[in-house]
Design a protein around this ligand. Structure first.
Ligand code: ADP
Length: 455
């Protein structure tokens, strides 16, 4: 069921319930009034007739004549007067005798002074009437046809009004629900237009105050994030293809030129050396991409164990020096390590080593003396590693972008690389709930600081 239908039905059902409640109250209240009024009328008639008979001395035959000649005898109030020992003194019409009085009934009237009850459709009152020292029991009975007719009319009016009102309310509800949900329908139409090729489309945010606007704002924010990550993915793929194509094309051209004619040994050697260098670039790139993919894994897919950062750091230093024997890496322990918890994290040793190797390699790579210093320390809450060099530094503008995948700074012209290292290191550090920060002065050097919370 659509929300519009549900709202309409709920609204209509609510109002119908209320209308029904009020109709029943009105009907019940008027039915009570009619009953009370008619009992009063019967009582009044009973006393009037008793007075006519006892006071005004109107003869019973005259009273009976009046009764019989009334316009509608069937619904006339029929009065009977007894003394307290059940002797009939007067009866409007013995032959009709609507109320079959019994001794028990007379005794009850004497005991209670007044009784009221229904006999089939007849309303009956029985009263004990005192007149000049004598007690009389009077009963009066009749059918309140007029009152019932009025009640029935009211009943029809209420039923018809109820159904007419419900039909009206249903359509009104449908109209208001459609009006209220119009922005949602517009939103659905707009969202249907949005595909991967036009992720720049946005929803109308309306007045920015109601819930629908809030939804549109939230949806637009989600589209912004989607668009960004979509663009990033596209850029990433095109960067990768570019990075792969450059060494592959170089290798192919080199080999084709070599194959063109007979060459001497030296030429072949040089050509093979170039091809090997290009192949190594490709291997490095594919390794980095593999690591980047690993760092992007779901947390749960990477095995985390307690890891000592000083050990990882020493491993990273050894690996860097193995790959680049000309580099120099100085290790500094800022404080004595009394408790291994001070420099331990829950982490993945392989990924942490990759992150640190990238920083150390960069430090050496971007320094004329190929040297950098790596220090490890801690405070109450953090384990801290700093990779410091006295190299060419990074411009203020570049510092904002160097953690983006494939971004290479303006200072990178003279050193080899593919721009993945820092983005990979940042991913790995964040995967370990750590923070990476850079401080650099162009021409004076760069310091990368990584801090991890204690286990
Ligand atoms: P790559 O080193 O392959 O270019 P990275 O992601 O490791 O890629 O680094 C991105 C950029 O950040 C580098 O191109 C360089 O401009 C800058 N950079 C990183 N580390 C340093 C450093 N220690 N000194 C100067 N520049 C650096």
């Amino acid at each position: 069921m659509t929300i519009r239908k549900r709202l309409t039905v709920l609204f209509t059902a609510g109002i119908a319930g209320l209308l029904l409640f009020f109709s029943l109250i009105i009907y019940w209240s008027l039915a009570n009034d009619r009953e009370d009024e008619y009992y009063s009328l019967l009582r009044h008639t009973a006393i009037t007739k008793a007075n006519l008979l006892l006071d005004a001395k109107v003869t019973p035959s005259v009273l009976q004549l009046i009764y019989r000649n009334a316009e509608n005898t069937l619904f006339q109030e029929e009065v009977a007067i007894y003394d307290t020992s059940f002797r009939l003194l007067y009866h409007d019409a013995v032959e009709i005798d609507k109320v079959k009085e019994t001794r028990r009934m007379i005794n009850e009237i004497v005991a209670k002074k007044e009784i009221r009850f229904y006999q089939d459709s007849l309303q009956v009152v029985g009263i004990l009437y005192a007149h000049r020292g004598n007690l009389y029991v009077i009963t009066a009975a009749a059918n309140d046809q007029q009152g019932y007719d009025k009640l029935r009319n009211l009943e029809y009016t209420l039923i018809i009004t109820f159904f007419v009102a419900i039909i009206f309310i249903y359509f009104a509800g449908q109209f208001f629900a459609s009006k209220a949900l119009q922005p949602v329908s517009d939103m659905v139409d707009k969202v249907e237009e949005i595909t991967a090729t036009n992720l720049d489309l946005r929803l109308n945010e309306g007045n920015g105050k109601d819930e629908i606007s809030e939804l549109a704002v939230t949806f637009n924010a989600m589209l912004n994030r989607l668009e960004q990550s979509f663009d990033a993915q596209k850029e990433f793929v095109s960067n990768i293809s570019h990075e792969l194509r450059t060494p592959l094309t170089a290798m192919l051209t080199e080999l084709q030129v070599t194959m063109e004619k007979e060459r001497d040994n030296l030429f072949y050697k040089e050509s093979i050396a170039h091809a090997i260098s290009d192949a190594q670039k490709l291997v490095r790139l594919s390794n980095s991409l593999l690591d980047l993919a690993k760092a992007n894994y779901d947390h749960t897919e990477i095995s985390f164990k307690p890891v000592r950062l000083d050990e990882v750091l020493l491993d990273a230093q050894t690996d860097v020096l193995h790959n680049h024997p000309s580099f120099k890496v100085n290790m500094i322990f800022e404080k004595d390590i009394e408790d291994e918890q001070q420099i331990a994290v829950m982490g993945n040793a392989y990924l942490l080593r990759v992150a640190l190797m990238n920083l150390i390699e960069n430090g050496c790579k971007f320094s004329s003396d190929n040297e950098c210093a790596v220090s490890i320390g801690y405070n109450d809450t953090l384990s801290i590693i700093r990779v410091q060099d006295k190299g060419i530094g990074i411009s203020e503008a570049d510092q904002k972008s160097i953690f983006t995948a494939f971004y290479r700074g303006e200072n990178s012209e003279h050193s080899k690389g593919n721009g993945i290292g820092l983005s990979l290191s940042k991913k790995i550090v964040e995967l370990h709930h750590g923070i990476i920060a850079v401080r650099s002065v162009p021409g004076a050097g760069t310091t990368f600081t990584i801090s991890f919370p204690h286990r």
